[in-house]
Design a protein around this ligand. Structure first.
Ligand code: NAD
Ligand code: LMR
Length: 342
């Protein structure tokens, strides 16, 4: 019995030191906020992460101290809100998640957040370009349709733009679509796989029910509207106290986990997640970023999957989405041209 325990302990120690050699640092910028805190908690529970770096303009070290008592192996560090603190939080990061910025209040669109969040994201993108040029960046801050192009422009200006490593997190739209469908069909949402394409705001969110097990749902206007404006439902219910935080934390953690899984996936294993990325799909119409299913690999984007067959209803939704998307992307690009980072 004692011999068996000694062998088991030895195996555990060997497994521990093997995984400790594969250091994986993940950084959250905006870690003390409504999304940042539950997201950091979920990341603390992810066994693939060895180091969690938390940065915020206020409260980062406190959140880190709290999470650091959780009995999982990763080390959690909170950084001071200084340029040096930000640089240290970023150095060596494999993945950087950015939920820094203000959320909506009732009556606002995501675009109404542009004036405040554009400069926050621009400045954080600059810090990423300088201190974590090889990291995969996951942008959560709204309006995602514009903040992702803002990041791309800043990274290009620093000569470190790799389109494979920049992602706008649109996972929440898919999470919602799966849940809302399961409520109608009385199914377990984990078996629903609704494709959602386009962008992340209002009519730019296009669920493709014709590709699902329930093609008739593509004419269910109430359901389509709920997926497109699900965020408003939460903003209204929170009544001035912000927007979705808990469901968003789950969605961003799912995206980060997928990227970490893809980093070590065997050849046959396909890791596919929806995401808003630099995409060839509508470039011929002047739209450089588009959300669709993306196959992930060790370097980030491995393959962007086509939209696939869609019905006449969805054609119309997609056309409307492309109009807004183009404007949102151009607004982000123009912002950086007119207001380059200092
Ligand atoms: P919040 O106000 O609760 O938290 C934001 C945090 O960012 C705060 O702690 C704040 O101190 C911090 N912050 C602000 N400027 C910063 C800077 N320069 N550097 C570091 N930290 C900074 O807001 P929230 O509810 O967590 O939402 C954050 C953003 O995420 C909003 O823009 C919201 O619209 C967006 N959001 C996106 C999705 C999505 O699906 N992509 C879903 C929900 C919310
Ligand atoms: C969401 O979809 O919940 C987020 O984009 C937040 C918002 O403003 O609706």
């Amino acid at each position: 019995m004692a011999a068996a325990r000694a062998i088991f302990n030895g195996m555990q120690r060997r497994a521990f030191s093997a995984s400790a050699r594969n250091l994986t640092k993940v950084t959250v910028l905006g870690a003390a906020g409504g999304i940042g805190q539950p997201l950091s908690l979920l990341l603390k529970l992810n066994g693939k992460i060895t180091e969690l770096a938390l940065y915020d303009i206020r409260g980062g070290p406190g959140v880190a101290a709290d999470l650091s008592h959780i009995n999982t192996r990763s080390k959690v560090t909170g950084y001071e809100p200084t340029p040096a603190g930000l640089a240290s939080a970023l150095e060596g990061a494999e993945i950087v998640l950015i939920p820094a910025g203000v959320p909506r209040k009732p009556g606002m669109t995501r675009d109404d957040l542009f004036n405040t969040n554009a400069s926050i994201v621009r400045d954080l993108a600059k810090a990423c370009a300088e201190s974590a040029p090889k990291a995969k960046l996951l942008i959560i801050s709204n309006p995602v349709n514009s903040t992702v192009p803002i990041c791309a422009e800043v990274l290009k200006a620093h000569g470190v733009y790799d389109p494979k490593r920049l992602f706008g997190v649109t996972t929440l739209d898919v999470v919602r679509a799966n849940r809302f469908v399961s409520e109608i069909q009385n199914t377990d949402p984990k078996f629903e796989h609704i494709t959602v394409v386009g962008g992340h705001s209002g009519v730019t969110i296009v669920p493709l029910f014709s590709q699902s097990r329930y093609p008739a749902l593509s004419s269910n206007e109430a359901l389509i509207n709920r997926v497109q404006f699900g965020g408003d439902e939460v903003v209204k219910a929170k009544d001035g106290a912000g927007s979705a935080t808990l469901s968003m934390a789950l969605a961003a953690s799912r995206m980060a986990s997928a990227l970490l899984r893809a980093a070590t996936a065997k050849d046959k294993e396909k890791v596919i997640e929806p995401s808003f990325v630099d995409s060839p799909l509508y470039k011929d119409r002047g739209i450089d970023f588009f959300a669709s299913k993306v196959q992930l690999g060790p370097d980030g984007v491995k393959e962007i999957l086509p939209v696939g067959p869609i019905d006449a209803n969805e054609e119309k939704l997609l056309e409307a989405a492309l109009v807004d998307l183009k404007k949102n992307i151009e607004k982000g690009v123009a912002f950086v041209a007119e207001n380059p980072p200092q």
